[in-house]
Write a protein that binds this ligand. Sequence first.
Ligand code: N01
Length: 550
Amino acid sequence: MIDVDVLLVGAGFAGLRALYTMRSRGMRVTVLEASADLGGVWYHNGYPGARCDVESYDYSYRFSSELEQEWRWSERYAQQPEILSYIRHVAERFDLRKDIEFNTRMIGAHFDEDTSRWVVEGGDGRRWAARILMLCVGQLSTTKRPDIPGQNQFKGEIYHSGEWPLHEVSFAGKRVGIIGTGSSGMQMTPVIAPQCAHLSVFQRTPNYSIPAANAPVSEEEDRAVKANYRSRREQAANSPSGLGFIPNKKSALEVTPEEREQVYEAGWNRLGFGFALSYYDILLSKPANDTAVDFIRRKIGKLVADPTLRAKLLPADFPFGARRPSVDSGYFQTFNRSNVSLVDLRETPIEHFTERGIRTSAGEHALDMIIFATGFDAFTGSLLKPQITGRNGMTLKAKWENGPVTQYGVAVSGFPNMFIVVGPGSPSLLSNVMVSTEEQIDWLAALLDKMDKESLVEFEATEAGESAWTEEVQARAKETLYWTTPSFYNGAEIAGKPRVFMPYSGGVRGYRRLLQQCAAEGYSGFELRPASGRLARNTGIQTMTPPGQG
Ligand code: N01
């Protein structure tokens, strides 16, 4: 058994930041990473056109101003290879690789109540004992491959956007089919279309998208951001989404149609996701949202020449933003190409794969390559893959049978000293995850500082605390339009998954204040114990119950 202070799982953005921070506190840290190299989702999502839809300067670490100053982003929205280069640069610069065990999947972990340590099992049979278990496994890292019959019969190539191979994939002369029109499908469509013989896009639900207005970053822009990076970070941390956009304080319904049109027009080719904050109530009120939908449909409509195709591509039956919109670079225009066709799965559903392609209710589409851009088992997929067992033999799977229950998205009662980074119940995918990730890791570091100072051994969410928080997450979602639409925010992407709302929709700033308040109140909603639960009970040591705790 290998003894460490912190066992971290996942070497993506969150895992590397956690490694840096925990090691800087003098802790012995080991990271288990199932893949052969760094990057997490950015390692696996190497499909053509993959890029971040958060601006590069904001989708980067804030913990080191030297790093901020020395790294030069080339585009407003970085492509996947550039993001991977950044991650690798960070690992080299802070000498992080030496503590990472690659090709090592955590298959299980259980909390030993006698020693108050997590015993973690690697897929290769090795075992680690750790005081703290930190799960940095990502929210969109377990891919979803629909259960379409006949997949084994297909004789061509099959790929998934989230498990893209490391080798070069050639599209030349091939008939390619993409299933799925979320962000991944919308990003790859305009890039693959010019490279292949024919592209068929299999669409079930037309999706909203805002133009990325991507552009190279000029020297002048780079200097301007770097001269004011601290205030840019502050602004991001104090914005609802962590993207730095402050919502317009006006309602979309209180202004004249002319003024509204001007505001939407000004934001359309500039704001990306920020377009959703053109008015404060776009994500809160259906009538307000309808004004944005009307504008977006008109804009998209102008991009598609053929009226029948246009009608099929226009999103209609859910509010803008209620499912995650895309930020695209020429997606809709791609359908004007003569080598691109849309297969509307609502009219002609997929029946099965054949040797030669995909059969829908209207007939066979002959293909050489099929790409699943069908998304992920979001939020909980990767947390529930390993067998994680807390106190009294309770597994996380059993505990979350009816949906994830967490205190602030970071901890679970019954699972002492286990910390989830950007887990369900935190702003997570409703925020710039970089902001949420760094916020949570710094918060944990402060908690561990306090525990060390006061010789405390365990932290654990209380049941009352996590129940109240889980209700709060649902209550906040019900105030929004997110609630109205089936999506991966509420478990609708996987048949049989509990239908609960998973990310906290109260905003990054509000969430940070709650974390700060929790710490100021002596970590309300958590128990901090001077010994393991069993030891404390056996020896009569009083469990410390901080004030303000339920
Ligand atoms: O996945 P999705 P994604 N038959 O779940 C369709 C992040 N991301 O990989 O809507 C046919 O959004 C499904 O149809 P429907 C980002 O957070 C980030 O595109 O369920 N179709 C939908 O069209 C994003 O939101 C970046 O009817 C089926 C699509 O597949 C998230 O990843 C870049 C189907 C899935 O869309 C996921 O995006 C790219 C079936 N059986 C992605 N099952 C960044 O920039 C599903 N679909 C950071």
